[in-house]
Design a protein around this ligand. Structure first.
Ligand code: SIN
Length: 293
């Protein structure tokens, strides 16, 4: 005999999540980002984000307005003090070569060899909650984005390292990343507007309660409270863990793909392997509402 199913209990229209890797990431189907979403769908996506940490949507030919609307389901949007924005849309960042810079032949070797793993805007007192990125112009090949699970990074640390870093704090500074390519005047302004912030080395996720390793190569300048040499060695050891493929998922972009990541749970890295072809992506950034603790 067939079991009786209440049709109201079936979520026929909601999103479906298909894991895109073994550690993190899921491809989402059953959602059209060109249309307003129901509160149920938004909640399902929020839950999916916390579960999978980064969500990949395909074939979403969204307008700038759709992009902004989608981001705003999850909070206010923030601009960026250095990265260019889309004309007429200060809440949408225009990103070339991962960090807002146009790559030229002169800076290519430096830009290509730089370690670009990071969590967005950890120089802020309250780093952003999430990023929503859409491809605007893709190279014929390359330009993938890698994401890493910072809870898995923490979980696999040897116990003696976990004991050593418990309670430690580190400084994060916008000038470490963006300082070298702005004028002296702009550097002074950034220093005034964005003084270095101190965050815990291990962050508790505000929604899931999981522990995450919370230092990154791009913005973390030093671990506090340790002798200088020891602090430097420890920071290098911790920020390098993210490079292991075991903690990553790699996203191959396609036309009209959209990526939505939990910025409190991940780091990401845009692969610069396509120059002199061009790659342009656009991002809205959802503000963070808590100070990492
Ligand atoms: C970003 O860091 O937000 C951009 C990532 C990318 O270009 O893939």
């Amino acid at each position: 005999m067939n079991a009786i199913v209440d049709p109201k209990s079936l979520d026929l229209a909601g999103p479906t999540f298909t894991p895109a890797g073994t550690v993190l990431g899921a491809e989402v189907s059953g959602v059209d980002l060109r249309r307003p979403l129901s509160p149920e769908t938004v909640e399902a996506l929020r839950a999916g984000l916390f579960r999978h940490k980064v969500l990949f949507f395909r074939d979403q030919d969204i307008s700038h307005e759709d992009h902004i609307r989608f981001g705003r389901y999850f909070g206010e949007l923030e601009g960026h003090p250095v990265t260019a924005t889309v004309p007429g849309h200060p809440e949408i960042l225009h990103i070339e070569a991962a960090d807002g810079l146009k790559v030229t032949e002169e800076i290519l070797p430096l830009a290509r060899s730089a370690d670009k793993w990071h969590t967005d805007v950890t120089f802020r007192e309250k780093p952003s909650f999430a990023g929503v990125l859409r491809a605007r112009k893709l190279p014929p090949a390359g330009g993938d984005t890698l994401f890493a699970d910072t809870a898995a990074l923490y979980a696999d640390l040897p116990q003696d390292v976990k004991d050593r870093i418990a309670g430690l704090e580190a400084e994060h500074d916008i000038l470490q990343s963006f300082g070298y390519r702005v004028s002296e005047e702009k550097r002074e302004q950034l220093r005034r507007d964005y003084p270095p912030q101190v965050h815990p080395v291990v962050r508790v996720h505000p929604a899931t309660g999981a522990k995450h390793l919370f230092v990154n190569r791009v913005f973390t300048t030093r671990i506090l409270g340790l002798p200088e040499d020891e602090a430097r060695q420890l920071l290098t050891y911790l920020v390098d863990r993210v490079k292991q493929p075991e903690y990553q998922v790699r996203f191959r972009w396609s036309e009209n793909a959209v990526v939505f990541w939990d910025n409190a749970a991940t780091q990401h890295y845009a692969v610069l392997d396509y120059w002199p072809q061009e790659r342009v992506v656009e991002r809205v950034t959802v503000v963070g509402t808590d100070r990492p603790h």
